[in-house]
Write a protein that binds this ligand. Structure first.
Ligand SMILES: [Zn+2]
Length: 188
């Protein structure tokens, strides 16, 4: 298994709706292995394939103290309630956290790494939040799109919450990220 580099805001692969997986085969299982490895290396609790540059509908979840698992072609089939998420982050938007409203309870359907259908139910916890975040990713949506106001996004200065300050609006952030990626000459 290989740790693959994370793609950042401004990379078009994060914005295109990912493609459905037709068959869960060894190539998909290798991808899942790499994704779990990459998620752990980056200390994330979830990762979607577009975040490592692969435009397929595959996500992995790695909630602390729980066995990591994958969902292929995940779909939210039911959601209810609302919950305010404080300080949500994303490996593809390093250095920022945002507060946003998500559903409190979700049921997500998808295939496991053997191609067998699974239904995951989660309510009021990190898994419920992470499932919504990762399903957003395969639809080309980032949490910064769901903020109500620019004040809901903070830039982290090191790891000190006391110095975290609201930043410019997300659209400007994306613009800035695109420009700096281009300026670096980095192909992401
Ligand atoms: Zn993310």
């Amino acid at each position: 298994m290989t740790v693959r580099p994370i793609r950042y805001l401004g990379d078009p692969v994060l914005r295109q709706p990912a493609k459905r997986v037709r068959q869960v085969d060894d190539a998909i299982r290798r991808l899942i292995g790499d994704m779990i490895e990459s998620m752990h290396a980056a200390q994330g609790v979830g990762l979607a394939a577009p975040q490592i540059g692969v435009p397929l509908r595959v996500v992995v979840l790695g909630i602390p103290d729980e066995e990591p698992f994958a969902l292929v072609n995940p779909v939210i089939v039911r959601q209810s309630g609302t919950r305010r998420m404080e300080h949500e982050g994303c490996l593809s938007v390093p250095g920022y956290r945002g507060s946003l409203t998500r559903a409190d309870r979700v049921v997500v359907r998808g295939l496991d790494e053997q191609g067998k259908e699974r239904r995951i139910r989660a309510e009021g916890n990190l898994l419920a939040q992470a499932l919504q975040h990762e399903v957003d990713h395969v639809n080309g949506v980032l949490y910064v799109d769901r903020l109500d106001s620019r004040d809901d996004l903070v830039k982290l200065d090191g790891t000190d919450w006391a110095t975290a300050q609201p930043v410019q609006e997300p659209a400007a952030l994306a613009q800035q990220e695109t420009q700096s990626a281009a300026a670096d000459g980095v192909a992401r």
